[in-house]
Design a protein around this ligand. Sequence first.
Ligand SMILES: Cc1cc2nc3c(=O)[nH]c(=O)nc-3n(C[C@H](O)[C@H](O)[C@H](O)COP(=O)(O)OP(=O)(O)OC[C@H]3O[C@@H](n4cnc5c(N)ncnc54)[C@H](O)[C@@H]3O)c2cc1C
Length: 352
Amino acid sequence: MGVNDSLRVAILGGGVAGLACAFRLRCIAPDARLTILDAASRLGGKVDGDVVKGCIVDGGPDLCVGAKLERTHAFEALALDSRLIPVNPNRLPTYRRGGAALHLLPFVMTDGLVTFRRGMRDVVQLLAGALGGADVRTGVAARAIERSKHGWRVITASGALLEADAVVVALPGPAAAAVLSGVAPNAALVASRVKYAPMTTVSVGWAASDVAHDLGGTGYLVSGGTSGLVSACTWTSRKIPSRSPPDIVLMRGYARGADAAAATDAVLADMREVAGITTDPLFVRAFAWSDAIPKYALDHSISVRALDEEIASLPPLALAGAAFHGVGVPDCIASGERAAESIAARILRVVA
Ligand SMILES: Cc1cc2nc3c(=O)[nH]c(=O)nc-3n(C[C@H](O)[C@H](O)[C@H](O)COP(=O)(O)OP(=O)(O)OC[C@H]3O[C@@H](n4cnc5c(N)ncnc54)[C@H](O)[C@@H]3O)c2cc1C
């Protein structure tokens, strides 16, 4: 099908966007040489998690919009349907916490949301496991890209060089801005304007017999400004019952800031007060995110669309991920897939 066997694609960032891009390219161009660079020691970016005392703990996202996920290439290609379960199967209400009181919200917030039965990290493992012979380099940060004779040269933080025919930038805003600044100033500017607030999720396992409250809901949002650290609490055992065994109540608090110790203290105090708990937890698992969820400038999507001309004037280059194309996991997967298709259309001249 006219595929250039020696095509070299460098994918910068191994979050869901970068991984979905790599998987889509693997399907379109099985012989392409894919290199994924990720600064962290593991793949998945914001999609992380753990299993503690039989509880499935999500550290970043814990759910996603089912209808959007269904529209991705990965959904069919990796049979994701068989791995998904509905969120809040009992259609429990959510509360708003104002002072000491919990007030019922007048609608169910979780309709149409799904999650992976084995935790959200399942999607990372599935994508990463389907990359064939891709060269995956964790612990390697990209510092810059520059044009070279045949396309691109990626320069890593340690000064190593990687030649590529095409580059996909699937990085958080600040890293994308730094990498793009020498070759695509408009794209770098758009990326630099994406702001992130730090956030820590604190998952706590309590002995079910120690929880006095009946927890007849999915949890609560904390209203009343930004004075306290805790912004919300999910009663995970109610929202996603299969996340915990029957004798453990799993809860997850959201705290502002990336100080895990302060977040843990604040979340534990909040959970104890609301649920009438006086004992110590069975476990605590915190995930601190210094750059949690992007906040776009008002004109962000217009600015991103306006980058097409700059990108088209360069050797094959594509932008993917939450810094550019939407924050939800399905948005990131879809943007990674579109990036793969645009690279394929330019280099391989095959219709994806
Ligand atoms: C606490 C939390 C809760 C969330 N909840 C939900 C939810 O319930 N539902 C939902 O749909 N979404 C949710 N999100 C958002 C969603 O998880 C993210 O927007 C999405 O996972 C981002 O994917 P990405 O691949 O674009 O970026 P990232 O996951 O940020 O991946 C980027 C990768 O680039 C790497 N990197 C950074 N700098 C460099 C560099 N210089 N060189 C090489 N690699 C580099 C990073 O290590 C990372 O692996 C949540 C996010 C957080 C933090």
